[in-house]
Design a protein around this ligand. Structure first.
Ligand SMILES: Cc1cc2nc3c(=O)[nH]c(=O)nc-3n(C[C@H](O)[C@H](O)[C@H](O)COP(=O)(O)OP(=O)(O)OC[C@H]3O[C@@H](n4cnc5c(N)ncnc54)[C@H](O)[C@@H]3O)c2cc1C
Ligand SMILES: *[C@@H]1O[C@H](CO)[C@@H](O)[C@H](O)[C@H]1NC(C)=O
Ligand SMILES: *[C@@H]1O[C@H](CO)[C@@H](O)[C@H](O)[C@H]1NC(C)=O
Length: 456
């Protein structure tokens, strides 16, 4: 289809990329963003190979960003022993682009630049959408202004106001039991110490794994900053809806220093360097029944329809794929409902599969020491479906990185590679059968400053 009038609600990474993708195809796109200006929150963001290739094709200029190129994922236990490396040295050759480690603010900047240059895209800030007319389709802004279009894409994030209506039944984001701390730390103290120097100089995404917590660290901007995301279990009876005031809170490093007092030296050092930062409640939900309103004119995209834990570093990448598939579908079909149907058919199961695997990783990454942890450590060494690390089984890695979002045949009768199972119930942290000991309660309330008995 040509020259559609498209409204995109939400100017996050998902909404902006969709606008760019549809703009280069000649559609006239208006992005409505409620914020007055972009929040430069967040820290690092990992951009896999096909994701940057898609963005490039829409005029996003990665050459302007100071990047680090990931050597791969390194898994280390909480005492500092390397358990397994999952190298990315074949990524550029095999999948056509490197795996980038970026500062989220840098990515937002190049997206803003690209949008400013895109002649077919208009971005309206301070424009909150308050009501939808699904049949017209049209939106009404907080100002009372009504805007009509041929197609409306709702990229309004995890708290999407329209998801329930589009899905046909209510679905609330559920507490996953984990909170995330996203922090940037200065590199000078890390470089000065021979025990942590390699963290900055060798751009692995290092995963430290221990009881009820894990952390992922990697350098940004070619080693000017170090990014660390710390994910901690705060509750193990998962599934509660997240309350309005619970999404994020301020915290300081005293809490982290105590919580990780028994971990290896690099982790302890990183905790002392964190200062103050935001804690984010991690939420997701089981897959939606549909992403497209029955009118066939309004569809969901990005976190609004597939929020996931950051454990696969795929939140933004999946939204980028959404944009690529939508672009391809609008090219191929000559009516909007058919295009949206093809978009949903391809995207919904793929995003749900990735989200589901973040829950599997959550269990394996947070195990206590014991027989199941030992079993995990040996499973992690083999290129087999039972390997709990997603990327360490080649068919899964290829499935993730070699995917062509613009190939609409890719989703039909797709066979998904086998995921690893969950740990044994008696070792499982979340809704499992692990006894709730005082030690575990201590960890959760983060009063873990004293010497802890760490074997159950
Ligand atoms: C702090 C932070 C750090 C992250 N780090 C990573 C990372 O390292 N790697 C990764 O892959 N992912 C990361 N993510 C997740 C990733 O950013 C998202 O998965 C991805 O950007 C897709 O988001 P989105 O565009 O769908 O939604 P969002 O980014 O949530 O954007 C939604 C936008 O819609 C706007 N909006 C909402 N309601 C309305 C309305 N009624 N009218 C108009 N506008 C509205 C909001 O203001 C917002 O700008 C992070 C997320 C956050 C918040
Ligand atoms: C903008 O849209 C027109 C058609 O409406 C198209 O010819 C043109 O290539 C588009 N511009 C850009 C920069 O993609
Ligand atoms: C994604 O990667 C595969 C394999 O490298 C390639 O065939 C395909 O064209 C890529 N898609 C995009 C959009 O770059």
């Amino acid at each position: 289809m040509k020259n559609l009038n498209v409204i995109i609600v939400g100017g996050g990474i998902g909404g902006l990329q969709t606008a760019l993708a549809l703009g280069v195809d000649g559609h006239k796109v208006t992005v409505l963003e409620s914020a007055k200006e972009f929040l430069e929150v967040g820290a690092g963001i990992r951009v896999p190979p096909n994701s940057s290739r898609l963005s490039n094709s829409w005029g996003v200029d990665f050459s302007k960003i100071k990047k680090s190129i990931s050597l791969g994922n390194r898994f280390v236990d909480w005492k500092g022993n390397i358990l397994a490396d999952c190298p990315y040295n074949d990524v550029e050759e095999k999948y056509g682009a490197p795996y980038y480690l970026l500062h989220r603010a840098d990515l937002i900047h190049v997206l803003e630049d690209a949008v400013a240059k895109a002649e077919n895209v208009t971005l309206l800030m301070d424009s909150r959408v308050e009501a939808y007319d699904y049949e017209a389709p049209a939106v009404t802004l907080a100002s009372g202004e009504r805007l009509e279009a041929d197609l409306i894409i709702c990229a309004d994030g995890i708290k999407s106001a329209v998801r329930n209506t589009i899905n046909g039944s209510p679905i609330e984001p559920q507490d996953t039991g984990d909170v995330a701390y996203r922090v940037l730390v200065p590199v000078e103290p890390l470089l000065a110490d021979p025990k942590t120097r390699h963290l900055v100089e060798q751009p692995w995404a290092v995963h430290w794994m221990g009881p009820e917590a894990h952390a992922v660290g990697y350098p940004l901007r070619g080693g000017e900053l170090y990014n660390i995301i710390i994910d901690i279990t705060h509750a193990t009876d998962v599934g509660r809806p997240v309350g309005e005031d619970e999404w994020r809170s301020q915290a300081d490093n005293e809490e982290l220093v105590k919580r990780f007092a028994e971990w290896c030296e690099p982790m302890r050092k990183l905790c002392t360097l964190t200062g103050t930062y935001l804690k984010w409640r991690l939420a997701d939900f089981a897959q939606l029944d549909r992403w497209v309103h029955p009118s066939g004119k309004v569809a969901l995209l990005g976190d609004a329809c597939h929020p996931m834990m950051p454990y696969m570093a795929q939140g933004a990448a999946q939204a980028t794929e959404d944009a690529g598939t939508l672009q391809a579908a609008l090219r191929k079909f000559d009516n909007i409902p058919e295009a949206l149907d093809a978009y949903q058919t391809q995207r919904l199961p793929r995003a749900a599969y990735v989200a589901k695997n973040t829950r599997i990783l959550q269990e394996w990454l947070h195990l206590y020491d014991g027989p199941e942890r030992d079993r995990r450590d040996s499973l992690m060494k083999a290129d087999k479906a039972s390997n709990p690390i997603f990327w360490s089984y080649t068919p899964r890695k290829d499935w993730l990185f070699a995917h062509d979002a613009k190939d609409l045949e890719a989703g039909e009768d797709e066979v998904f590679p086998k995921l690893a199972g969950l740990p044994a119930p008696e070792a499982r942290i979340y809704n499992g059968k692990l006894p709730d000991t005082e030690l575990r309660q201590q960890f959760r309330s983060m009063k873990a400053g004293n010497k802890l008995k760490t074997h159950l």
